[in-house]
Each structure stands twice: as structure tokens, then as C-alpha cells.
Design a protein around this ligand. Structure first.
Ligand code: HEM
Length: 139
């Protein structure tokens, strides 16, 4: 299903380059397809208390912008070193992550480690007036 939707998105992108198609209707279809893909990426809620249990080199979760990432297998490959991530193992690493000024590539790479999101009452970046506004951070 995801494969089919990806194909659809690619087809529409090519179509909207100008071959007799309404850009507006293309855009609408793309938005609908994206929404379906987003639904498929839905992840479970994980509390900060649960995250705190995963604070070791062999089992390392971190929170970035209210989302939970299992970076256990990424630690050794991290271009910035394993120690800087281990400093935040089992905890919120948002400020450190953002302060380092990670590239768009890093933000994209992060998606593959996503395992959950904080419950709404523990979110501090994506709730109420505090919606994340930084460019490059996943929607
Ligand atoms: C899943 C989470 C993370 C991913 C996918 C990730 C990815 C990357 C990547 C791809 C780079 C190379 C430079 C770039 O493209 O921006 C990098 C560098 C770096 N990262 Fe991360 N990172 C993550 C978490 C963190 C955290 C939590 C810290 C905490 C301080 C951190 C600190 C650094 C540092 C210090 C560098 C080196 C910057 C430099 O030498 O210019 N990263 N990271």
C-alpha cells in the first residue's frame, strides 16, 4: 500500500511539471495521499518514565521534539560520536540536538529510529501555542 502511494506521489510530481493537468487538483491528490501515508506512520505513545528505563549503551532511547527514538544501533555510527548521545540516554535531547545545528540529512535520518511519541500531557514542543516552528524538524 505504501509502495503504491509513493508511486502515486511520484507520478503526480511528474504530472504537475506541466503536462495538461490541473496543478490544483494534483496538489489536492498529493495532500490526500500524504495524509494516508502519515496515518500509516502512526506510532504509539511512550511516557518519559518508560524512556528513562532505556538509558544504557545497549538500550538507548532519546526524546527529540516530543518524539521517542531508539538510537541503540545508531550510537556507534553517529558522526558526532556515541558519547554526546549517551549524555542524554533515557532523557530529552532536544536542546542538545538543536544546539548542534544538525543538517536536513540528519533530520531525515532520524525518522528511521522513531518508535513513539510522548503522551499529550508530556509534550512541551508540539502542544498549544508551543508548536515546533524550527525549519527542518519533522512535521
Ligand atoms: C537520532 C538522533 C540523531 C541523528 C540521526 C544524528 C545525526 C547526525 C549527523 C548525520 C551528523 C553529521 C552532521 C550533520 O549532517 O548534521 C551529526 C553530527 C553531530 N551530532 Fe548528531 N544526530 C542525532 C542526535 C544527536 C544528539 C542527541 C546530539 C547531542 C548533543 C548530537 C550531537 C552531534 C554532534 C556534536 C555532531 C558533530 C557536529 C560537527 O562535528 O560538526 N546528535 N549527527
Amino acid at each position: 500500500m505504501a509502495f503504491a502511494l509513493t508511486n502515486l506521489l511520484q507520478t503526480l510530481r511528474i504530472g504537475s511539471l506541466g503536462i495538461n493537468k490541473s496543478d490544483a487538483s494534483d496538489a489536492m491528490l498529493v495532500e490526500k495521499a500524504k495524509a494516508k501515508i502519515d496515518l500509516q506512520l502512526a506510532v504509539p505513545e511512550i511516557t518519559l518514565e518508560e524512556v528513562a528505563h532505556h538509558d544504557s549503551f545497549d538500550d538507548c532511547w532519546i526524546v527529540i521534539y516530543d518524539r521517542v527514538y531508539d538510537v541503540t544501533h545508531f550510537l556507534r555510527e553517529h558522526p558526532g560520536g556515541d558519547d554526546v548521545i549517551m549524555d542524554h540516554a533515557g532523557r530529552d535531547a532536544t536542546i542538545a540536538f538543536h544546539g548542534t545545528g544538525h543538517s536536513r540529512h540528519a533530520v531525515e535520518q532520524m525518522r528511521q529510529f522513531l518508535i513513539g511519541e510522548l503522551p499529550p500531557d508530556q509534550c512541551i514542543f508540539r502542544t498549544g501555542q508551543n508548536k515546533v516552528l524550527s525549519s527542518g524538524i519533522p512535521d
